[in-house]
Write a protein that binds this ligand. Structure first.
Ligand code: FAD
Length: 393
């Protein structure tokens, strides 16, 4: 079902003027790659619920794995604006492929870079950046989703190694990951991060089937049955929930940009379709009801573009707060999911087919609105930030 990808990004307020030439160059090279390598195959992979493993090398080459990690560790050494742009272009193609990239860069490479020893950085980061090995991030448990602080996965000190027991659920990339960053409680109750490698005895990664969302992303469990993890695999420089939350901040920042990419693709597709589809002797774009939908979409996209651009400036200056990132993640995903639903209607019956990307984006976004903090939880984070009152418990 190979299709020509005619995507043009909407830029109603000339926001391109806020980007550097380097940012625009990065965007155009990632966009070209998405058009050439991702768009032609993604529908088939989503339909068969399979992650396109052959894209890993190309994703590494466009800098999708660890864009902000310094070059000396194999990263691209780019700024946060570039990171956002890369995620936006990839998610414009598919949220599942962006998810795989976010996990690798923000949830696996970032903790090794930020919390790992120099030996761990040298051992893992260059191979993760090149896609030679892939990683996953295990925080969520069957009984602890929005409340990861309740986790029961645990490690016990056994001399030269830890013994790891427990289970993680809903883990992106788990079925093929070579390593897992696993968050577990130690004997004193502190949350610690460990690098668990495929092949360690007692470590299995069963695949999660029957998803109607993120079908081109591989999801699975992580099961630990008395796994012996060498002490040198502990991330030495962090303890407590601030470890995983620091990683989630990085990833949520990327999602704020990424989900907007999906919104822009839905808008672009619906606008083109509305201009071409004739009913009652006119293009449907000439009817007020369709114009209202399209006009609302571009308004919401433009507002969200400004928000993530400003967030990028703050992130580059190391001033973006976790609450600001929450607001942007929540806003972009809500904007995207609403636009996907409206865009689908503009395409009428064609909107439900795989001939167009809209239904796939819409279904993907049902995961994006839930993972990395649900829509509700991000609202509560904003609420807590402005009132000083914690409404979680
Ligand atoms: C496709 C996919 C991929 C994922 N990938 C990963 C991954 O790679 N690594 C990982 O660790 N996790 C991953 N997750 C897990 C994801 O982060 C969790 O699903 C998410 O945090 C929500 O947890 P839950 O599903 O257990 O929902 P729950 O926490 O049970 O929430 C259920 C509902 O209750 C609401 N709720 C919960 N607490 C409150 C409260 N205090 N006040 C008001 N409402 C509340 C929530 O908003 C939600 O609507 C993934 C999930 C999906 C679907």
């Amino acid at each position: 079902m190979a299709k020509t990808d005619l995507y043009e990004s909407p830029d109603y307020y000339q926001l391109d003027e806020l980007l550097t030439e380097e940012h625009k160059l990065i965007r155009s090279s990632v966009r070209d790659w998405v058009k050439k390598e991702l768009s032609p195959i993604i529908e088939d992979y989503a339909q068969k619920a399979e992650f396109p493993m052959h894209l890993i090398k190309g994703l590494a080459e466009i800098g999708a794995f660890g864009p902000t990690i310094p070059v000396e560790y194999g990263g691209a050494g780019l700024d946060y604006m570039a990171y956002g742009i890369i995620m936006q272009e990839i998610e414009r193609g598919d949220s599942g492929i962006r998810s795989a990239s976010s996990v690798q860069g923000s949830l696996v490479m970032y903790p090794i870079y930020a919390y790992g020893s120099e030996e761990q950085r040298k051992k893992y980061l260059p191979r993760l950046a090149s896609g030679e090995i892939m990683g996953c991030f295990g925080l969520t448990e069957p009984d602890h989703g929005s409340n990861p602080g309740g986790m029961t996965t645990n490690i016990k000190d056994a001399g030269d190694h830890f013994v790891l027991n427990g289970a993680k659920m809903w883990i992106s990339n788990s079925p093929f990951a070579d390593i897992a960053i696993v968050w577990a409680r130690d004997e004193s109750g502190k949350v610690r991060g460990l690098i668990v490698e495929r092949g360690m005895e007692g470590f299995t990664t069963p695949t999660t089937h029957n998803k109607w969302s993120l079908r081109a992303s591989a999801t699975g469990e992580l099961v630990f049955d008395n796994v012996k993890v060498p002490k040198e695999n502990l991330l030495p420089n962090v303890s407590g929930l601030k470890g995983p939350l620091g990683c989630l901040n990085q990833a949520r920042y990327g999602i704020a940009w990424g989900a907007l990419g999906a919104a822009m693709d839905c808008y672009d597709t619906a606008l083109r379709y509305a201009k071409e589809r004739v009913q009652f002797g006119k293009p449907i774009a000439a009817f007020q009801l369709q114009q209202k939908k399209l006009a609302e979409m571009i308004t919401e996209i433009t507002k969200a573009q400004l928000l993530v651009w400003r967030l990028g400036v703050l992130k580059n200056e190391n001033r973006a707060t976790a609450a600001q990132i929450s607001m942007a993640k929540r806003n972009s995903v809500e904007t995207a999911i609403n636009i996907a639903r409206e865009a689908r209607q503009i395409l009428g019956g064609m909107g439900i087919t795989g001939e167009y990307p809209i239904m796939r984006h819409m279904m993907n976004l049902e995961s994006v609105i839930t993972y990395e903090g649900t829509h509700d939880i991000h609202l509560l984070i904003t609420g807590m930030d402005i009132t000083g009152e914690d409404a979680f418990k």
